[in-house]
Write a protein that binds this ligand. Structure first.
Ligand code: PNW
Length: 481
């Protein structure tokens, strides 16, 4: 329910988010090198409708349209990501830098600033240069990967200087790792499931890769703080995804306990080393030596967030599993379910099989994070929903559909309650997404945004009801100066 009492502070920053591979297209233009998603999309059966990001929303050629859209929505900021393969086409620290790639993003940022829009930039939203995967296994090789990411990060941070005040190193490492190296449903598609891929070991690789990403984040933050932060005055963090958990059987202590385990395996895996300087006990117990951590690496990562970047979509019911965990278990030995013991759904069905909205879970997770990590400043860097059957609705109904508007009302209201009533220091919110785009393995069948994109007709952008609604929701909640 939308709260009538709650509010948000006058300097609260809100807007919309996107990611390079999902919107840009122009994959062969101006020196961009291929990424692991270009390759993955070409494998038959991996992406719904055999789709790819080859054209997507064609944002590479339509930056002015995207800025006009942001202005039409009244958005004071914009979160987008930079494609590593446009900046260093082969990816490595000794490979050539592509000036044209840098110029593209520099111009875009200048245009955003000229339009009065504050940029929030993600350095890595899953599109690893393909050459690095080929050369040394990408994330699997910590030394090489960390050195190459640090180099790429330095090139970008230096080029942008004080133009950008908000930086995100990695978007949702959990997804790159678990979906990319355990279930194999995302690039690079590694898994122990030999029906899906001849290579990969889902019992060991996720933990190796998780370690590489965490250390690479720490290395980039160190560079930013030592070389740029003082004169540029910005902030940097990692963005973690995590959804809320309710017990499948609220009378079963094992299910109640499993809810914390679920969140620790998804979020605290990264957030504990960053805020508490160690891995969660439950993960060390279950994984033992499979969870790599040297004192030096943990020291690099400890304290490396200027703010907590939070992506949040939904909630699950959690049922504890009995007996020892499978070697490939990445959850904490539990099941993630959409219905509880009595067959009650956690929320309405959407187009995404994993996503059922449950706004009260947003408020409780904000409080959970605030308590565990000693009151961090939180920026919500993604929140949003798909809509069941949206792609099949007639356009006039699609544009006017209420479901997404209600989702935002409920979720933003829950966040305002967390700020006002639970004392959570949440200071920014980016809705996913500014425009319909390439929804990874779900291709273009799932629409996830406030703007309809007509993929058949020149990628025309037509705002949906929710595009305007978000501004109105914030206008009502943000205190006037
Ligand atoms: C996030 N899950 O991905 C990403 O940051 C976006 O790029 C994406 O488009 C958006 O959420 C919507 O999916 C996720 O299976 C993908 O739990 C899958 C999951 C969570 C987040």
């Amino acid at each position: 329910m939308e709260s009538t009492k709650s509010s948000l502070p006058s300097d609260f920053l809100w807007s919309f988010a996107t990611a390079a591979y999902q919107i840009e297209g122009a994959v062969n233009e101006n020196g961009r090198g291929p990424s692991i998603w270009d390759t993955f999309c070409k494998i038959p059966g991996k992406i719904a409708g055999c789709a790819s990001g080859d054209v997507a929303c064609d944002s590479y050629h339509r930056t002015h349209k995207d800025i006009a859209l942001l202005k039409a929505c009244g958005a004071p900021a914009y979160r987008f990501s930079i494609s590593w393969s446009r900046i260093v086409p082969l990816g490595g620290r000794n490979d050539p830098i592509n000036e044209k790639g840098l110029q593209f993003y520099l111009k875009f940022v200048d245009n955003l600033l000229a339009a009065g829009i504050t940029p929030m930039v993600t350095l890595f939203h899953w599109d690893l240069p393909k050459e690095l995967q080929k050369r040394y296994g990408g994330f699997l090789n910590k030394e090489e990967f960390v050195a190459d990411f640090a180099h790429y990060a330095r090139v970008v941070l230096k080029a942008f200087g004080s133009k950008v005040k908000y930086w995100i190193t990695f978007n949702e490492p959990w997804c790159s790792i678990i979906l990319g190296c355990n279930t194999g449903s995302f690039a690079p598609g590694r898994t122990s499931d030999r029906t899906k891929n001849p290579v990969g070991d889902g019992s060991t690789e996720p933990w190796i890769v998780g370690h590489s990403l965490l250390v690479a984040h720490g290395a980039a933050v160190k560079i930013y703080r030592e070389e740029f932060k003082v004169q540029d005055g910005g902030e940097i963090c990692i963005t973690l995804n995590g959804d809320w958990a309710e017990p499948w059987d609220p009378e079963n202590p094992a299910d109640i306990e499993a809810c914390d385990l679920k969140i620790e395996f998804a979020i605290s895996w990264f957030a504990d080393p960053i805020y508490l300087g160690k891995h969660p006990d439950c993960m060390m117990q279950q994984l033992g030596e499979r969870l790599p951590a040297t004192l030096e690496d943990i020291a690099l990562v400890h304290g490396s967030n200027d703010f907590y970047g939070m992506n949040h979509y939904c909630a699950n019911y959690i049922r504890a599993k009995m007996g020892p965990p499978e070697p490939t278990d990445v959850t904490g030995n539990l099941e993630l379910l959409l219905e509880d013991k009595n067959g009650h759904s956690i929320g309405p069905v959407t187009q995404s099989p994993w996503l059922r909205p449950h706004a009260p879970g947003f408020r409780t997770l904000l409080k959970w994070l605030s308590d565990r990590y000693a009151f961090p400043k939180i920026y919500v860097t993604e929140n949003g929903t798909s809509v069941l059957g949206e792609n099949d609705l007639p356009l006039d109904r699609l544009l006017d559909y209420e479901f997404r508007v209600q989702y935002f009302r409920d979720y933003i209201g829950a966040m305002a309650d967390a700020y006002t009533m639970d004392g959570v220091n949440v200071r920014a919110y980016m809705a996913w997404s500014l425009m319909d785009n390439f929804e990874w393995a779900e291709g273009y069948e799932t629409r996830f945004s406030v703007t309809y994109v007509d993929y058949e007709n020149d990628q025309k952008r037509i705002p949906k009801k929710s595009a305007k609604a978000i501004g109105q929701i914030f206008d009502a909640l943000i205190e006037k100066k």
